[in-house]
Ligand binder design. Structure first.
Ligand code: C2O
Ligand code: CU
Ligand code: CU
Length: 556
Protein backbone atom coordinates (compact mmCIF):
# COMPACT_ATOMS: atom_id res chain seq x y z
CA UNK A 1 0.00 0.00 0.00
CA UNK A 2 1.42 3.35 -0.94
CA UNK A 3 0.91 5.38 2.14
CA UNK A 4 3.19 8.05 0.89
CA UNK A 5 1.14 8.93 -2.17
CA UNK A 6 -2.12 8.59 -0.40
CA UNK A 7 -0.97 10.93 2.26
CA UNK A 8 -0.29 13.66 -0.23
CA UNK A 9 -3.74 13.12 -1.70
CA UNK A 10 -5.48 13.44 1.63
CA UNK A 11 -3.61 16.58 2.48
CA UNK A 12 -4.62 17.99 -0.87
CA UNK A 13 -8.30 17.17 -0.59
CA UNK A 14 -8.19 18.64 2.85
CA UNK A 15 -6.76 21.88 1.55
CA UNK A 16 -9.46 22.02 -1.10
CA UNK A 17 -12.24 21.47 1.38
CA UNK A 18 -10.91 24.12 3.72
CA UNK A 19 -10.72 26.50 0.79
CA UNK A 20 -14.44 26.06 0.22
CA UNK A 21 -15.24 26.77 3.84
CA UNK A 22 -13.88 30.20 3.27
CA UNK A 23 -16.40 30.97 0.53
CA UNK A 24 -19.68 32.06 2.03
CA UNK A 25 -21.83 30.79 -0.78
CA UNK A 26 -20.55 27.26 -0.77
CA UNK A 27 -20.74 27.07 2.95
CA UNK A 28 -24.53 27.32 2.92
CA UNK A 29 -24.84 24.42 0.56
CA UNK A 30 -22.36 22.22 2.36
CA UNK A 31 -23.60 22.71 5.86
CA UNK A 32 -27.00 22.62 7.39
CA UNK A 33 -27.33 24.37 10.67
CA UNK A 34 -30.27 24.13 13.00
CA UNK A 35 -31.74 27.35 11.63
CA UNK A 36 -30.64 26.86 8.09
CA UNK A 37 -31.13 23.33 6.83
CA UNK A 38 -29.46 22.46 3.59
CA UNK A 39 -31.68 22.21 0.54
CA UNK A 40 -31.03 18.50 0.43
CA UNK A 41 -32.24 17.95 3.98
CA UNK A 42 -35.32 20.06 3.35
CA UNK A 43 -35.98 18.08 0.21
CA UNK A 44 -35.82 14.75 2.07
CA UNK A 45 -37.99 16.08 4.90
CA UNK A 46 -40.85 16.40 2.43
CA UNK A 47 -40.02 13.56 0.02
CA UNK A 48 -42.70 10.89 -0.37
CA UNK A 49 -40.48 8.17 -1.78
CA UNK A 50 -38.26 7.23 1.15
CA UNK A 51 -37.94 3.45 1.60
CA UNK A 52 -39.26 1.99 4.84
CA UNK A 53 -36.57 1.15 7.40
CA UNK A 54 -35.95 -2.60 7.58
CA UNK A 55 -36.13 -4.30 10.93
CA UNK A 56 -33.22 -6.72 11.13
CA UNK A 57 -34.07 -10.45 11.32
CA UNK A 58 -33.43 -12.17 14.67
CA UNK A 59 -31.98 -15.71 14.60
CA UNK A 60 -33.98 -18.36 16.40
CA UNK A 61 -32.44 -20.57 19.07
CA UNK A 62 -32.06 -23.94 17.31
CA UNK A 63 -31.97 -26.26 20.32
CA UNK A 64 -35.79 -26.34 20.47
CA UNK A 65 -35.82 -25.34 24.12
CA UNK A 66 -35.94 -21.56 24.22
CA UNK A 67 -36.17 -21.35 27.98
CA UNK A 68 -33.06 -23.33 28.95
CA UNK A 69 -29.73 -21.60 29.45
CA UNK A 70 -28.36 -22.94 26.16
CA UNK A 71 -28.57 -21.19 22.85
CA UNK A 72 -27.58 -22.78 19.58
CA UNK A 73 -27.08 -20.94 16.32
CA UNK A 74 -25.60 -21.46 12.88
CA UNK A 75 -23.88 -18.78 10.84
CA UNK A 76 -22.50 -19.45 7.42
CA UNK A 77 -20.56 -16.80 5.57
CA UNK A 78 -21.84 -16.81 1.98
CA UNK A 79 -20.84 -14.94 -1.16
CA UNK A 80 -22.98 -13.69 -4.00
CA UNK A 81 -26.15 -12.89 -2.14
CA UNK A 82 -28.21 -10.54 -4.29
CA UNK A 83 -29.33 -7.69 -2.10
CA UNK A 84 -31.82 -5.06 -3.21
CA UNK A 85 -30.66 -1.64 -2.10
CA UNK A 86 -33.66 0.65 -1.72
CA UNK A 87 -33.24 4.41 -2.00
CA UNK A 88 -35.54 7.44 -2.33
CA UNK A 89 -34.70 7.46 -6.03
CA UNK A 90 -35.43 3.80 -6.76
CA UNK A 91 -33.53 0.59 -6.14
CA UNK A 92 -30.78 -1.59 -7.55
CA UNK A 93 -29.27 -5.01 -6.88
CA UNK A 94 -25.83 -5.47 -5.34
CA UNK A 95 -24.15 -8.84 -4.79
CA UNK A 96 -22.93 -8.94 -1.19
CA UNK A 97 -21.41 -11.40 1.25
CA UNK A 98 -23.91 -12.24 3.96
CA UNK A 99 -24.32 -14.55 6.94
CA UNK A 100 -26.86 -17.28 6.20
CA UNK A 101 -27.49 -15.63 2.81
CA UNK A 102 -29.82 -13.23 4.59
CA UNK A 103 -30.30 -10.07 2.56
CA UNK A 104 -30.09 -8.11 5.83
CA UNK A 105 -27.54 -8.31 8.64
CA UNK A 106 -28.73 -10.83 11.23
CA UNK A 107 -29.29 -10.31 14.95
CA UNK A 108 -28.64 -12.69 17.84
CA UNK A 109 -30.39 -11.90 21.13
CA UNK A 110 -29.05 -13.81 24.09
CA UNK A 111 -29.30 -13.69 27.86
CA UNK A 112 -26.47 -13.08 30.28
CA UNK A 113 -25.36 -16.37 31.83
CA UNK A 114 -26.48 -18.48 28.89
CA UNK A 115 -24.09 -20.81 27.14
CA UNK A 116 -23.95 -20.16 23.43
CA UNK A 117 -22.97 -22.75 20.85
CA UNK A 118 -22.51 -21.33 17.40
CA UNK A 119 -21.60 -23.39 14.39
CA UNK A 120 -19.76 -21.32 11.84
CA UNK A 121 -19.34 -22.46 8.25
CA UNK A 122 -16.94 -20.53 6.07
CA UNK A 123 -18.27 -20.60 2.50
CA UNK A 124 -15.95 -17.81 1.34
CA UNK A 125 -12.94 -18.38 -0.92
CA UNK A 126 -10.64 -17.02 1.79
CA UNK A 127 -10.00 -17.58 5.49
CA UNK A 128 -12.46 -16.03 7.86
CA UNK A 129 -13.34 -16.02 11.57
CA UNK A 130 -16.11 -14.72 13.74
CA UNK A 131 -14.88 -12.22 16.25
CA UNK A 132 -17.22 -11.35 19.12
CA UNK A 133 -16.72 -7.62 19.46
CA UNK A 134 -17.05 -6.43 23.04
CA UNK A 135 -17.29 -9.89 24.62
CA UNK A 136 -15.41 -11.05 27.68
CA UNK A 137 -14.57 -14.55 26.46
CA UNK A 138 -11.54 -16.89 26.30
CA UNK A 139 -9.06 -16.09 23.53
CA UNK A 140 -9.54 -19.35 21.64
CA UNK A 141 -13.23 -18.44 21.15
CA UNK A 142 -12.53 -14.82 20.29
CA UNK A 143 -12.10 -15.30 16.54
CA UNK A 144 -8.80 -13.49 16.14
CA UNK A 145 -6.54 -13.98 13.11
CA UNK A 146 -4.60 -16.64 15.03
CA UNK A 147 -7.60 -18.98 14.93
CA UNK A 148 -8.59 -18.83 11.25
CA UNK A 149 -11.32 -20.91 9.70
CA UNK A 150 -10.21 -22.11 6.26
CA UNK A 151 -12.53 -21.91 3.25
CA UNK A 152 -15.15 -24.66 3.27
CA UNK A 153 -14.41 -25.63 6.84
CA UNK A 154 -16.33 -25.04 10.06
CA UNK A 155 -15.70 -24.08 13.65
CA UNK A 156 -17.91 -24.20 16.71
CA UNK A 157 -17.66 -21.20 18.98
CA UNK A 158 -18.93 -21.81 22.47
CA UNK A 159 -18.82 -19.56 25.49
CA UNK A 160 -20.85 -18.18 28.36
CA UNK A 161 -21.72 -14.51 28.37
CA UNK A 162 -20.92 -13.02 31.75
CA UNK A 163 -21.24 -9.29 31.39
CA UNK A 164 -23.93 -6.61 31.47
CA UNK A 165 -26.59 -6.33 28.78
CA UNK A 166 -25.12 -4.44 25.84
CA UNK A 167 -25.29 -3.70 22.13
CA UNK A 168 -22.46 -6.02 21.06
CA UNK A 169 -21.71 -7.26 17.56
CA UNK A 170 -19.71 -9.75 15.55
CA UNK A 171 -17.64 -9.61 12.40
CA UNK A 172 -14.85 -11.46 10.57
CA UNK A 173 -11.27 -10.85 11.79
CA UNK A 174 -8.96 -12.73 9.40
CA UNK A 175 -5.42 -11.53 8.81
CA UNK A 176 -5.42 -8.51 6.44
CA UNK A 177 -8.93 -9.25 5.11
CA UNK A 178 -11.12 -7.82 7.87
CA UNK A 179 -11.88 -4.58 6.06
CA UNK A 180 -12.82 -6.32 2.83
CA UNK A 181 -15.04 -8.97 4.45
CA UNK A 182 -16.91 -6.52 6.65
CA UNK A 183 -17.30 -4.15 3.71
CA UNK A 184 -18.76 -6.88 1.52
CA UNK A 185 -21.52 -7.31 4.10
CA UNK A 186 -20.37 -9.62 6.90
CA UNK A 187 -21.31 -8.09 10.24
CA UNK A 188 -24.06 -8.95 12.68
CA UNK A 189 -25.65 -7.59 15.81
CA UNK A 190 -25.51 -9.29 19.17
CA UNK A 191 -27.93 -7.93 21.73
CA UNK A 192 -27.09 -9.23 25.17
CA UNK A 193 -29.90 -8.99 27.73
CA UNK A 194 -29.81 -9.25 31.50
CA UNK A 195 -32.09 -9.13 34.54
CA UNK A 196 -31.50 -5.45 35.23
CA UNK A 197 -32.42 -4.38 31.70
CA UNK A 198 -35.40 -6.74 31.73
CA UNK A 199 -36.65 -5.18 34.96
CA UNK A 200 -36.22 -1.66 33.55
CA UNK A 201 -38.19 -2.71 30.48
CA UNK A 202 -40.91 -4.45 32.49
CA UNK A 203 -41.34 -1.48 34.80
CA UNK A 204 -41.50 0.90 31.80
CA UNK A 205 -38.26 2.69 32.59
CA UNK A 206 -36.83 2.09 29.13
CA UNK A 207 -38.73 1.49 25.88
CA UNK A 208 -38.73 -2.08 24.54
CA UNK A 209 -40.36 -4.30 21.94
CA UNK A 210 -41.70 -2.30 19.00
CA UNK A 211 -40.20 0.85 20.47
CA UNK A 212 -36.67 -0.60 20.48
CA UNK A 213 -34.93 -0.40 17.09
CA UNK A 214 -31.46 -1.40 15.94
CA UNK A 215 -29.87 1.07 13.50
CA UNK A 216 -26.78 -0.23 11.68
CA UNK A 217 -25.05 2.62 9.89
CA UNK A 218 -22.50 1.78 7.18
CA UNK A 219 -21.11 3.74 4.26
CA UNK A 220 -20.45 2.13 0.90
CA UNK A 221 -19.43 2.99 -2.64
CA UNK A 222 -21.15 1.42 -5.63
CA UNK A 223 -20.15 1.03 -9.25
CA UNK A 224 -22.18 2.67 -11.99
CA UNK A 225 -25.00 5.14 -11.42
CA UNK A 226 -28.36 5.06 -9.73
CA UNK A 227 -30.01 4.14 -13.01
CA UNK A 228 -28.19 0.81 -13.25
CA UNK A 229 -30.12 -2.26 -12.15
CA UNK A 230 -27.00 -3.94 -10.84
CA UNK A 231 -24.19 -2.19 -9.01
CA UNK A 232 -21.10 -3.79 -7.48
CA UNK A 233 -19.59 -2.74 -4.18
CA UNK A 234 -16.34 -0.87 -4.83
CA UNK A 235 -13.62 -1.38 -2.26
CA UNK A 236 -10.32 0.48 -2.07
CA UNK A 237 -10.40 1.61 -5.69
CA UNK A 238 -9.03 5.10 -5.12
CA UNK A 239 -5.61 6.17 -3.95
CA UNK A 240 -6.91 7.95 -0.85
CA UNK A 241 -8.82 4.85 0.34
CA UNK A 242 -5.77 3.33 1.97
CA UNK A 243 -6.30 5.86 4.71
CA UNK A 244 -9.62 4.18 5.41
CA UNK A 245 -12.48 3.23 3.10
CA UNK A 246 -14.98 6.08 3.03
CA UNK A 247 -18.10 5.46 0.94
CA UNK A 248 -20.37 8.10 -0.56
CA UNK A 249 -23.62 6.26 0.18
CA UNK A 250 -24.90 5.70 3.71
CA UNK A 251 -26.89 2.55 4.41
CA UNK A 252 -29.12 2.26 7.46
CA UNK A 253 -30.17 -1.37 7.97
CA UNK A 254 -29.28 -1.84 4.31
CA UNK A 255 -31.29 1.04 2.81
CA UNK A 256 -30.39 4.54 1.70
CA UNK A 257 -32.23 7.27 3.59
CA UNK A 258 -35.04 5.14 4.97
CA UNK A 259 -37.94 6.43 7.04
CA UNK A 260 -39.40 4.93 10.16
CA UNK A 261 -42.98 5.56 11.22
CA UNK A 262 -43.19 6.12 14.96
CA UNK A 263 -45.75 7.17 17.53
CA UNK A 264 -45.36 10.39 19.47
CA UNK A 265 -43.67 8.59 22.36
CA UNK A 266 -40.21 7.75 23.61
CA UNK A 267 -38.36 5.45 21.22
CA UNK A 268 -35.17 3.53 21.94
CA UNK A 269 -32.46 3.12 19.29
CA UNK A 270 -29.34 0.96 19.36
CA UNK A 271 -27.19 3.06 17.12
CA UNK A 272 -24.22 1.19 15.64
CA UNK A 273 -21.42 2.74 13.62
CA UNK A 274 -20.21 -0.35 11.83
CA UNK A 275 -18.56 1.57 9.03
CA UNK A 276 -15.01 0.65 8.09
CA UNK A 277 -13.54 4.11 8.62
CA UNK A 278 -16.15 6.86 8.75
CA UNK A 279 -16.93 8.92 11.84
CA UNK A 280 -20.42 10.29 12.37
CA UNK A 281 -21.72 13.14 14.48
CA UNK A 282 -25.37 12.16 14.88
CA UNK A 283 -27.98 14.85 15.54
CA UNK A 284 -31.62 15.60 14.79
CA UNK A 285 -32.32 18.06 11.96
CA UNK A 286 -34.28 20.39 14.25
CA UNK A 287 -31.51 20.39 16.85
CA UNK A 288 -33.72 18.75 19.52
CA UNK A 289 -32.00 16.91 22.32
CA UNK A 290 -32.08 13.18 22.88
CA UNK A 291 -30.89 10.96 25.71
CA UNK A 292 -27.95 8.56 25.68
CA UNK A 293 -28.76 5.63 27.99
CA UNK A 294 -25.97 3.24 27.08
CA UNK A 295 -22.58 2.84 25.42
CA UNK A 296 -20.60 -0.05 23.87
CA UNK A 297 -20.68 -2.28 26.95
CA UNK A 298 -23.98 -1.51 28.67
CA UNK A 299 -26.37 1.01 30.15
CA UNK A 300 -25.13 4.23 31.70
CA UNK A 301 -25.60 4.70 35.41
CA UNK A 302 -27.30 8.02 34.65
CA UNK A 303 -28.85 8.85 31.27
CA UNK A 304 -27.18 11.84 29.60
CA UNK A 305 -29.01 14.43 27.52
CA UNK A 306 -27.13 15.58 24.40
CA UNK A 307 -27.84 17.42 21.17
CA UNK A 308 -25.34 15.36 19.16
CA UNK A 309 -23.14 12.32 19.58
CA UNK A 310 -19.90 11.45 17.78
CA UNK A 311 -19.37 7.77 16.99
CA UNK A 312 -16.15 6.45 15.52
CA UNK A 313 -16.02 3.11 13.70
CA UNK A 314 -17.23 0.23 15.95
CA UNK A 315 -18.66 2.52 18.63
CA UNK A 316 -22.29 2.10 19.68
CA UNK A 317 -24.77 4.00 21.81
CA UNK A 318 -28.25 3.33 23.02
CA UNK A 319 -30.33 6.46 22.79
CA UNK A 320 -33.90 7.44 23.60
CA UNK A 321 -35.60 10.02 21.40
CA UNK A 322 -38.71 11.56 22.92
CA UNK A 323 -41.17 12.30 20.12
CA UNK A 324 -43.88 13.56 22.51
CA UNK A 325 -43.40 17.18 21.53
CA UNK A 326 -44.15 16.33 17.89
CA UNK A 327 -47.59 16.08 16.31
CA UNK A 328 -48.85 13.47 13.94
CA UNK A 329 -47.64 14.47 10.49
CA UNK A 330 -44.33 15.89 11.70
CA UNK A 331 -41.07 14.58 10.30
CA UNK A 332 -37.53 14.93 11.56
CA UNK A 333 -34.26 13.78 10.03
CA UNK A 334 -31.36 12.03 11.68
CA UNK A 335 -28.23 13.73 10.35
CA UNK A 336 -24.56 13.35 10.70
CA UNK A 337 -23.29 16.86 11.19
CA UNK A 338 -20.31 18.43 9.55
CA UNK A 339 -17.42 16.71 11.31
CA UNK A 340 -15.43 19.90 11.44
CA UNK A 341 -17.73 21.05 14.23
CA UNK A 342 -16.80 18.09 16.34
CA UNK A 343 -13.21 17.48 15.38
CA UNK A 344 -11.59 20.68 14.30
CA UNK A 345 -9.12 22.17 16.70
CA UNK A 346 -8.86 25.84 17.38
CA UNK A 347 -5.84 26.83 15.39
CA UNK A 348 -7.43 25.19 12.39
CA UNK A 349 -10.57 27.25 12.82
CA UNK A 350 -8.48 30.36 12.86
CA UNK A 351 -6.74 29.68 9.62
CA UNK A 352 -3.62 28.06 11.04
CA UNK A 353 -2.47 24.75 9.74
CA UNK A 354 -2.67 22.98 13.06
CA UNK A 355 -0.25 21.72 15.60
CA UNK A 356 0.81 18.57 13.80
CA UNK A 357 3.01 20.07 11.18
CA UNK A 358 0.22 21.30 8.98
CA UNK A 359 -1.84 18.16 8.83
CA UNK A 360 -3.88 18.13 11.99
CA UNK A 361 -7.41 16.79 11.96
CA UNK A 362 -7.41 15.31 8.54
CA UNK A 363 -10.65 13.74 7.69
CA UNK A 364 -12.24 12.67 4.48
CA UNK A 365 -13.63 15.56 2.52
CA UNK A 366 -16.97 13.77 2.58
CA UNK A 367 -17.07 14.08 6.36
CA UNK A 368 -17.01 17.83 5.94
CA UNK A 369 -20.67 18.39 5.12
CA UNK A 370 -23.95 17.32 6.67
CA UNK A 371 -25.08 13.83 5.78
CA UNK A 372 -28.72 12.82 5.72
CA UNK A 373 -29.01 9.47 7.50
CA UNK A 374 -32.72 8.65 7.88
CA UNK A 375 -36.10 10.17 8.74
CA UNK A 376 -38.55 9.67 11.57
CA UNK A 377 -42.19 10.19 10.58
CA UNK A 378 -44.54 10.77 13.48
CA UNK A 379 -47.65 8.97 12.28
CA UNK A 380 -49.46 7.75 15.40
CA UNK A 381 -50.90 9.26 18.53
CA UNK A 382 -50.17 7.01 21.50
CA UNK A 383 -50.18 7.53 25.23
CA UNK A 384 -46.76 7.54 26.85
CA UNK A 385 -46.08 4.99 29.55
CA UNK A 386 -42.30 5.30 29.87
CA UNK A 387 -40.63 7.23 32.66
CA UNK A 388 -36.94 6.96 31.90
CA UNK A 389 -34.80 5.64 34.77
CA UNK A 390 -32.64 8.27 36.40
CA UNK A 391 -30.17 5.93 38.07
CA UNK A 392 -29.42 2.26 37.52
CA UNK A 393 -30.09 -0.08 40.46
CA UNK A 394 -27.20 -1.03 42.73
CA UNK A 395 -26.58 -4.49 41.22
CA UNK A 396 -25.38 -2.97 37.95
CA UNK A 397 -21.58 -3.15 37.63
CA UNK A 398 -21.27 0.31 36.13
CA UNK A 399 -22.72 1.87 39.28
CA UNK A 400 -19.33 1.64 40.96
CA UNK A 401 -16.36 3.30 39.28
CA UNK A 402 -13.20 1.19 39.31
CA UNK A 403 -10.82 3.16 41.54
CA UNK A 404 -7.49 4.06 39.95
CA UNK A 405 -5.79 2.92 43.11
CA UNK A 406 -7.07 -0.62 42.54
CA UNK A 407 -5.02 -0.99 39.33
CA UNK A 408 -2.09 -3.40 39.43
CA UNK A 409 -0.01 -0.99 37.39
CA UNK A 410 -0.50 2.29 39.26
CA UNK A 411 2.46 4.52 38.43
CA UNK A 412 3.45 2.23 35.59
CA UNK A 413 0.55 2.55 33.19
CA UNK A 414 0.59 0.54 30.00
CA UNK A 415 1.21 3.01 27.19
CA UNK A 416 0.08 2.86 23.59
CA UNK A 417 1.39 5.54 21.25
CA UNK A 418 -0.35 5.87 17.92
CA UNK A 419 1.76 7.60 15.31
CA UNK A 420 2.72 7.73 11.69
CA UNK A 421 5.99 6.11 10.84
CA UNK A 422 8.13 5.72 7.77
CA UNK A 423 10.28 2.83 8.77
CA UNK A 424 8.22 0.28 10.67
CA UNK A 425 8.05 -2.12 7.72
CA UNK A 426 11.35 -1.14 6.13
CA UNK A 427 9.59 -0.14 2.91
CA UNK A 428 10.06 3.61 3.12
CA UNK A 429 6.31 4.16 3.18
CA UNK A 430 4.04 5.80 5.70
CA UNK A 431 2.26 3.49 8.13
CA UNK A 432 0.11 4.16 11.14
CA UNK A 433 1.72 2.25 13.97
CA UNK A 434 1.23 1.58 17.68
CA UNK A 435 4.31 1.93 19.85
CA UNK A 436 6.38 2.24 16.68
CA UNK A 437 5.49 -1.26 15.51
CA UNK A 438 3.41 -2.82 12.78
CA UNK A 439 1.49 -6.02 13.44
CA UNK A 440 3.41 -9.29 13.39
CA UNK A 441 1.49 -12.55 13.45
CA UNK A 442 4.15 -14.28 15.58
CA UNK A 443 4.78 -11.57 18.16
CA UNK A 444 3.03 -10.90 21.46
CA UNK A 445 3.46 -7.19 22.15
CA UNK A 446 2.05 -6.87 25.66
CA UNK A 447 1.86 -9.29 28.58
CA UNK A 448 -0.90 -8.89 31.17
CA UNK A 449 -1.28 -10.99 34.33
CA UNK A 450 -4.43 -13.08 34.54
CA UNK A 451 -7.04 -11.33 36.63
CA UNK A 452 -5.18 -8.01 36.56
CA UNK A 453 -6.81 -4.61 36.78
CA UNK A 454 -4.89 -2.26 34.53
CA UNK A 455 -4.75 1.36 33.46
CA UNK A 456 -4.00 1.80 29.76
CA UNK A 457 -2.95 5.16 28.41
CA UNK A 458 -3.45 5.73 24.69
CA UNK A 459 -1.85 8.74 23.01
CA UNK A 460 -2.45 9.82 19.43
CA UNK A 461 0.46 11.68 17.90
CA UNK A 462 -0.79 11.23 14.35
CA UNK A 463 -2.80 13.78 12.36
CA UNK A 464 -6.12 11.91 12.36
CA UNK A 465 -8.48 10.43 14.94
CA UNK A 466 -8.20 6.67 15.55
CA UNK A 467 -10.79 4.46 17.31
CA UNK A 468 -8.77 2.34 19.75
CA UNK A 469 -10.20 -1.08 20.53
CA UNK A 470 -9.08 -4.03 22.61
CA UNK A 471 -10.63 -7.47 22.82
CA UNK A 472 -11.62 -9.26 26.04
CA UNK A 473 -12.48 -6.21 28.07
CA UNK A 474 -14.84 -3.33 28.72
CA UNK A 475 -13.13 -0.21 30.00
CA UNK A 476 -14.08 2.77 32.06
CA UNK A 477 -12.55 5.97 30.71
CA UNK A 478 -10.61 7.81 33.40
CA UNK A 479 -9.35 10.97 31.71
CA UNK A 480 -9.00 12.68 28.36
CA UNK A 481 -5.94 14.93 28.31
CA UNK A 482 -6.01 14.86 32.08
CA UNK A 483 -9.64 15.94 32.37
CA UNK A 484 -11.78 13.44 34.32
CA UNK A 485 -14.37 11.58 32.22
CA UNK A 486 -17.92 12.85 32.34
CA UNK A 487 -21.27 12.34 30.64
CA UNK A 488 -21.38 9.64 27.99
CA UNK A 489 -17.70 8.84 28.68
CA UNK A 490 -18.83 7.31 31.99
CA UNK A 491 -20.22 4.22 30.23
CA UNK A 492 -18.54 0.88 29.46
CA UNK A 493 -16.37 1.23 26.37
CA UNK A 494 -14.59 -1.31 24.20
CA UNK A 495 -13.78 1.22 21.47
CA UNK A 496 -13.11 4.93 21.84
CA UNK A 497 -11.92 7.69 19.54
CA UNK A 498 -8.57 9.24 20.36
CA UNK A 499 -8.24 12.63 18.69
CA UNK A 500 -4.94 13.98 17.34
CA UNK A 501 -2.87 15.19 20.25
CA UNK A 502 -5.11 13.48 22.77
CA UNK A 503 -4.27 11.04 25.56
CA UNK A 504 -7.11 8.84 26.80
CA UNK A 505 -6.56 6.85 30.01
CA UNK A 506 -8.81 3.87 30.69
CA UNK A 507 -9.11 1.25 33.41
CA UNK A 508 -10.36 -2.31 33.07
CA UNK A 509 -10.44 -5.62 34.89
CA UNK A 510 -9.40 -8.80 33.12
CA UNK A 511 -11.56 -11.62 34.37
CA UNK A 512 -9.31 -14.12 36.17
CA UNK A 513 -11.38 -17.09 35.00
CA UNK A 514 -12.54 -16.12 31.55
CA UNK A 515 -9.80 -13.97 30.02
CA UNK A 516 -6.87 -16.20 29.10
CA UNK A 517 -4.73 -16.26 26.01
CA UNK A 518 -3.75 -14.02 23.12
CA UNK A 519 -6.02 -11.12 22.19
CA UNK A 520 -5.83 -8.14 19.86
CA UNK A 521 -5.66 -4.43 20.40
CA UNK A 522 -5.93 -2.23 17.33
CA UNK A 523 -7.28 0.79 15.55
CA UNK A 524 -10.83 -0.03 14.42
CA UNK A 525 -10.45 1.80 11.13
CA UNK A 526 -10.41 -1.57 9.41
CA UNK A 527 -7.95 -0.51 6.72
CA UNK A 528 -5.52 0.65 9.42
CA UNK A 529 -5.95 -2.62 11.26
CA UNK A 530 -5.39 -4.67 8.09
CA UNK A 531 -2.31 -2.57 7.31
CA UNK A 532 -0.82 -3.41 10.70
CA UNK A 533 -2.08 -0.85 13.24
CA UNK A 534 -2.62 -3.75 15.60
CA UNK A 535 -0.88 -5.94 18.14
CA UNK A 536 -1.36 -8.99 20.36
CA UNK A 537 -1.62 -8.87 24.11
CA UNK A 538 -1.42 -12.00 26.21
CA UNK A 539 -3.42 -12.48 29.37
CA UNK A 540 -1.93 -15.17 31.63
CA UNK A 541 1.09 -17.31 30.93
CA UNK A 542 0.32 -18.91 27.61
CA UNK A 543 -1.63 -18.49 24.43
CA UNK A 544 -2.37 -19.88 21.05
CA UNK A 545 0.66 -18.21 19.47
CA UNK A 546 2.98 -20.52 21.47
CA UNK A 547 1.58 -23.47 19.55
CA UNK A 548 1.62 -21.69 16.22
CA UNK A 549 5.09 -20.19 16.52
CA UNK A 550 6.98 -22.08 19.25
CA UNK A 551 10.34 -20.47 18.50
CA UNK A 552 9.38 -16.93 17.77
CA UNK A 553 6.95 -15.60 20.33
CA UNK A 554 8.78 -13.29 22.69
CA UNK A 555 8.55 -13.94 26.37
CA UNK A 556 8.53 -10.99 28.78
CU1 C2O B 1 -14.36 -5.30 16.16
CU2 C2O B 1 -10.57 -6.71 16.75
O1 C2O B 1 -12.45 -6.00 16.48
CU1 CU C 1 -13.20 -6.65 18.94
CU1 CU D 1 -6.35 4.25 12.71
Amino acid sequence: MTYHNKFTNIALSFLLSSFFVGCGENRDILEATDENLSDVTTQYLTATTLPTLHRLPVLQDEDTNVSDAQETYTLSANRDVNVTIETPEGSWITPMWRYNSSTLPVVIRAKRGDVMRLNFHNKLASESTIHWHGFKIPADMDGGPDVPVAPNTSKTYTFTMQQPAAPLWFHPHPDMQTGKQVYMGLAGVYILEDAITKRLEDTKQIPSGERDTILLVQDRRFSGTKDDVRRELLYMNRAQDSDGMIGDTILVNGSVLPKQEVSNTKQRYRLYNVSNARNYDFALSDGKKFTVIGTDGGLLKNPVEVDHIVLGPAERVEIVIDFSSYSVGDKVMLLSKDMRDAMMNDDMMHGGMGRMGGMSNMFAASESSNLNIMRFDITKEESEDITLYSELPQGAEIVSRIPESSADNVGNEREFLMSMDMDSMGDMQMHFVINGKSFKADRVDEFVDAGATEIWSITNKSPMAHPFHAHAIQYQILTRNGIPASGVDLGWKDTFLVQPGETVRVIGEFDGEINRGDYMYHCHILEHEDAGMMGYFRVGNSGNLDTLFPDVVQQP
